[in-house]
Design a protein around this ligand. Sequence first.
Ligand SMILES: Nc1ncnc2c1ncn2[C@@H]1O[C@H](COP(=O)(O)OP(=O)(O)OP(=O)(O)O)[C@@H](O)[C@H]1O
Ligand SMILES: [Mg+2]
Length: 284
Amino acid sequence: MSRLRSLLRQVNWLDEKPSLQSRSSSDPSPATAPVLRDLATDRVTLTPETRLVYHTDPHSAAADRYRLLRIRLQTLRNLGKLRKLLVTSPLPGDGKSTVVMNLATALAGKGNRTVLVVDADLHRSPLASSLGIRAQSGLAECLEAGNDPLTAIRYLEPLNWYLLPAGEATGNPAELLHGPMLPNALETLANNFDWLLIDSPPVLPLSEVLSLKDHSDGTLLVVRAGITSQDAVEEAITLLGKQHVLGIVLNGVEQSDMANHKYGYGGYSGYYHPAHERSSGSAD
Ligand SMILES: Nc1ncnc2c1ncn2[C@@H]1O[C@H](COP(=O)(O)OP(=O)(O)OP(=O)(O)O)[C@@H](O)[C@H]1O
Ligand SMILES: [Mg+2]
């Protein structure tokens, strides 16, 4: 793990991020945006495969890790203009969607913050289906036909957050996400929510993540413990740019490693905080 540790040290969590502009005190709080009152509501169906531990097992160590992540992100948000957060990973299956769903639930709390998850993985749309929601139009149709993205949003009960499904692209998803409609769509969405979490395809095989990155305020990189290679993590950070990566979520840490402090931070979804790493010494 020592090379991964050294990589993580390069991602300066909470260090000054030039990409985060200062927040103006006149920035409107979107928490009460009237447009949200008229949105359709879907009731989700959770299964063990959904792995929404923050909701199903709120007292677990895993849920606690998400609580910690929420606190870190809120701190960053208070320091700068962090509203649009991209969640990606080096390769498919690292756990991006799992982390997004849990983090959205943690950030939304009892509904006191408005959180929108944008499913920007236009190659497949697992979020709606893994939540047991009927396939519907979404981001793809907004980008293709210029529809108002706010009209395709669903409110999810009992999770207290909103979803813009991926929809179904008739054209090339990469061209859609690189196209001219994306920046305005994301800006319109961000202006109506406290948080925008963008669930994306993996960064190494798919160039469109870089366009999503260009129109978001920061990136969380999800890494699958014991599976994602260090070369892949390194390459992903280089592509995204060190300054854009706000932190790394280590997904799938075994409980035994957590108990042994093998990863410094433990948990079902461990979380690395490089500043802590520096002060905690080597735990390899
Ligand atoms: N910590 C974990 N332990 C065990 N299984 C997990 C864990 N996290 C995610 N999974 C499972 O791994 C699979 C991939 O997870 P997920 O869909 O969240 O990854 P992803 O990065 O979004 O994948 P994709 O690149 O296909 O969008 C899912 O079946 C999920 O239930
Ligand atoms: Mg996914």
